[in-house]
Design a protein around this ligand. Structure first.
Ligand SMILES: NC(=O)c1ccc[n+]([C@@H]2O[C@H](COP(=O)([O-])OP(=O)(O)OC[C@H]3O[C@@H](n4cnc5c(N)ncnc54)[C@H](OP(=O)(O)O)[C@@H]3O)[C@@H](O)[C@H]2O)c1
Length: 245
């Protein structure tokens, strides 16, 4: 059976790389692996997948350079054919309170978490074929985390984009989102594992559990405009983790 094509942004490491491995090895996708700085990791993952018999191409782009985002999608399409699945995964995790918001960080957060996903979604829609978009949110979109103002507000915008696109791109393109709680500690911050987790189930998530959620959104053709919270109920009653420093 012919492999479908998935474009995953920020896929050289961490959750993006786990999605790439899963979709390549278990779900019959060929991989358009986007990265920005992690060139070596991207190339290593590409070789790993090619050795496993899965076509994989790497694409470098800084998603803050918003004018170049349509060209990223076009390069993928030219090299790999039309994109069946887009996962808007790339992210930064900046820690700022309302009083500490600075223009450069504000812009970066919205460029990476909202504007780039919107332009990539538009490009997928304009291919004039069916497709699926999955946006990576955060359980914070249901809260108002005082410690992560620009991050939270830009992810809330991505939630709005998810619902808007689900409406205007139907019925050809389904648009859904995953909203994890704490699955992997942030790469740039240190956390203490608490004795009691601030969610209803008193536990943290696993990458494997998140991948199961991804499969649910991919495999069920009646789901669009859906946000799947993988957070132990944190979005209803709980608080996000705060860095210890
Ligand atoms: N980890 C969690 O537990 C958790 C919890 C809630 C939500 N999420 C969401 O799940 C997704 C994946 O999480 P993660 O922790 O694996 O993400 P991450 O490690 O923070 O970031 C993923 C990738 O985003 C890319 N990126 C950052 N700035 C970029 C830019 N300017 N242009 C292009 N790419 C850029 C980076 O690529 P390079 O390394 O190549 O530069 C990075 O490897 C994110 O959207 C995150 O918000 C994760």
């Amino acid at each position: 059976m012919k492999r479908k094509t998935v474009l995953i942004t920020g896929a050289a490491r961490r959750l993006g790389a786990a999605f790439a491995r899963h979709l390549a090895l278990r779900k019959n996708y060929q991989i358009a692996l986007h990265y920005n700085h992690s060139e070596q990791l991207a190339t290593e993952l590409q070789l790993e997948l090619i050795e496993a018999g899965v076509p994989c191409e790497v694409f470098r782009a800084d998603l803050q350079q918003i004018d170049t985002v349509p060209a990223l999608f076009e390069n993928v399409r030219r090299q790999m054919g039309s994109v069946d699945l887009l996962i808007n995964n790339a992210s930064i995790f900046t820690n700022d309170s309302i009083g500490a918001i600075e223009c450069p960080k504000l812009l970066s957060n919205f460029q990476i978490h909202a504007f780039a996903p919107l332009l990539l979604s538009q490009a997928l829609f304009q291919q004039q074929s069916d497709g699926l978009i999955i946006n990576m949110l955060d359980a914070r979109v249901r809260q108002n985390d005082p410690a992560y103002a620009t991050y939270s507000l830009s992810k809330k915008t991505l939630l709005n984009i998810t619902e808007y696109c689900a409406v205007v791109m139907a019925p050809g393109v389904r648009v859904n989102a995953l909203a994890p709680g704490w699955v992997l500690p942030a790469a740039n911050e240190e956390y203490e594992i608490p004795s009691k987790f601030p969610n209803l189930l008193n536990q943290m998530g696993t990458v494997q559990g998140l991948v199961h959620c991804l499969d649910t959104l991919i495999d069920n053709p009646f789901l669009t405009g859906q946000v799947l919270y993988y957070d132990g109920g944190e979005h209803l009653a709980g608080s996000p983790y705060l860095p210890t420093r």
